[in-house]
Design a protein around this ligand. Structure first.
Ligand code: GLN
Length: 321
């Protein structure tokens, strides 16, 4: 069934419109590549392409493979940050993790990968995300994971969210780079504790399965957080300031070293994942979930970004006008 609304900048949002955007952008996926860093993700179907929109008025629009589960990967970094803020404080978290998209001075020519004052650049690059995960509280590592999963379940309103253990094991077996990062972080004092356990928690959070529909629902929740002092999820009162913080990082750092270009072209907070997912939030209006596994050289979903660009253009969604 097709639903139509006319409340988004007076343009019409329909399932048919989303289908047209999928058709228009499908070919972009052909010039992308599946990731090789996690072998299980290289087995994904490159032709999957789905999009869901959930508006703040609770209407939903879907097209393509919107109901196909995939692992959330780096999109989980946003929720680990929220959990870390809940469990600690803004001061504590950002005393060990930076807030800048680039850690270099204005006239620096040093490599983007260099560390600034021996803290990871921001919570959405792997180094910062692993440090963020290490901030999650719990009586043991199962408890830490369950608390994060419960938060995700509560925000997504989907109690069936669970781990894809094939992807989890695949990442665990091949994670030399993330292991190097984590051991280096402990060496510089940015994380404390059992490095292997922290990494396992991080791999598990990345292996949680979601659909475009879940992401769009989560995005709509994030689109509605202003105007409150706090919001209650999984039995916890979360200051709305924390939601503002995670959306700000999505805007400035959500697409790694392509975040600036994405902000110019699309102009809304978003977070990509290496399995091809994108979570996007249009504050006050809607949440968007996208899946298209082939990635560009910066490990962002090619067709998904193009679709978002069209959507933003046609519905005039950019925050910066
Ligand atoms: N689990 C992946 C990793 O840490 C997540 C990366 C991503 O989605 N960009 O390598």
């Amino acid at each position: 069934m097709e639903k139509t609304i006319n409340n988004v900048h007076n343009k019409t949002l329909t399932n048919k419109f989303l289908n047209e955007l999928i058709e228009k952008n499908f070919n972009w996926a052909k010039i992308g590549n599946l990731p090789t860093s996690i072998p299980a993700l290289a087995e994904q179907d490159p032709n999957l392409f789905g999009v869901s929109i959930h508006t703040v008025e609770d209407e939903s629009f879907n097209a393509g493979d919107y109901d196909t589960p995939f692992t959330i990967q780096s999109i989980s970094k946003v929720f680990a940050l929220l959990q870390a803020l809940i469990d600690n404080s803004e001061e504590k978290v950002f005393s060990d993790i930076g807030m800048e998209p680039t850690g270099d001075l204005f006239d620096s020519i040093s490599k983007l990968e260099s560390f600034n004052n021996l803290t990871p650049l921001n919570p959405l690059v792997n180094a910062g995300a692993i440090a963020t995960t290490s901030f999650i509280h719990g009586k043991d590592y199962d408890d830490k994971f369950n608390r994060l999963k419960e938060l995700m379940i509560s925000i997504s309103n989907n109690p069936t969210i669970s781990v894809d253990y094939d992807v989890y094991r695949s990442e665990k077996e091949t994670a030399d780079k993330n292991r190097s990062i984590a051991y280096f972080l402990r060496n510089i004092g940015a994380i404390k504790g059992d490095v292997d356990k922290i990494l396992e928690l991080y791999f598990k959070q990345c292996s949680l399965k979601v659909t475009c529909k879940d992401l769009s629902y989560i995005g709509a929740v994030l689109a509605r957080t202003s105007g409150f002092n706090s919001l209650s999820f999984s039995g916890v009162e979360i200051p709305s300031r924390y939601f503002r913080i995670i959306k700000t990082f999505m805007f400035t750092c959500g697409l790694y070293n392509e975040s600036g270009k994405f902000a110019v072209r699309v102009g809304i907070p978003a977070k990509s994942g290496i399995s091809g997912g994108i979570l996007a939030v249009v504050p006050g209006k809607m949440g968007i979930g996208i899946l298209s596994p082939p990635l560009n050289k910066k490990s962002n979903p090619l067709a998904g970004m193009r679709l978002l660009e069209d959507l933003s253009d046609r519905l005039n969604l950019s925050l910066i006008q």
